[in-house]
Design a protein around this ligand. Structure first.
Ligand SMILES: [Fe+2]
Length: 280
């Protein structure tokens, strides 16, 4: 085979693989949502394939919906149905409800309708950086209106005490850290478990005396190439990209989030939601 033929053959193979990767990430992986399960028992947390706990408090944490051009209509309905199907005892939302060109694709009344079905159990939400980031398509007033339309209870440097059997669990929601200062509220000493929600997981190191921290923000890198660092690595999301981290008797779980913002594409970083089953 002549050199020129080898060149065209190699180019053809590269273009073909490129098209396959693009179609896989754009059509298949971006629509997929995984359920990642964790168990907390006896002050120990671990990732599990299937929970061995017969009973327990089931928390579902989801983050980074980025409603708008890249998540609306049928796909949004499908992803929310998957979250609702998990039948949680508590739903927690970790911020970044707002996405690219939100108002062109989603009505604020639709948000109320979509999330009303969750309200049979306690539901709490915190804000992400995209609830504040300046964008030409969506004013701050509109962002505030849409965020308020999500009928979960907002926690802004606040806590909510949940009683489960004879134990007290504090659900603590902190303000996002890019435009604000997250501040831990005062927690009574008789609380048995402290769960913190903060959009950006890199604040994990600054917390003392908490048990579990739940974050999103990073999209798990969104596009991953094996053995290379994540392509999407936002401010305050550089140290802890995805998964479980344990340090100084506290644990951080970073979700890869549900949606995408500017680019509707995920590769080796599929969307996920987090199940956290708790027993004492
Ligand atoms: Fe995000």
């Amino acid at each position: 085979m002549r050199g020129i033929e080898i060149f065209w053959l190699c180019l053809g193979i590269i273009v073909f693989i490129g098209i396959l990767v693009y179609l896989y990430g754009y059509i298949f992986e971006v629509r997929m949502t995984r359920l990642i399960k964790y168990e907390y028992h006896d002050k120990t947390i671990k990732k599990v394939k299937e929970t061995s706990l017969k009973e327990g408090l089931k928390i579902i944490f989801f983050s980074d919906l980025h409603l708008g051009k890249n998540l609306h209509g049928k796909q949004l309905k499908k992803k929310l149905a998957f979250i609702l199907k998990q039948n949680a005892d508590i739903y927690l939302f970790g911020g970044d409800l707002i996405g690219y060109r939100l108002t062109d694709y989603v009505k604020s009344t639709e948000i109320i309708d979509r999330f009303n079905d969750f309200l049979t159990v306690p539901c709490y939400k915190i804000k992400g950086n995209h609830e504040y980031k300046k964008e030409e398509h969506t004013s701050q007033e509109t962002k505030d209106l849409y965020f308020a339309a999500m009928p979960f209870k907002p926690l802004v440097n606040e806590k909510e005490i949940i009683e489960y059997k004879d134990k007290k669990i504090a659900i603590i929601g902190l303000q996002e850290g890019q435009y604000h200062k997250p501040e831990m509220p005062k927690i009574d000493e008789d609380v048995d478990l402290k769960i913190v929600m903060i959009h950006q997981g890199d604040y994990f190191d600054t917390f003392n005396d908490v048990d579990i921290v739940l974050s999103g923000h990073t999209h798990g890198g969104q596009i991953r190439i094996p053995f290379l660092p994540p392509i999407y690595s936002p401010k305050h999301g550089k140290k802890y990209n995805r998964g479980l981290f344990i340090k100084d008797n506290k644990a951080l779980i970073v979700s890869k989030g549900v949606g995408c913002n500017m680019f509707k594409f995920r590769f080796l970083a599929s969307s996920d939601i987090i199940e956290l089953k708790i027993t004492f």
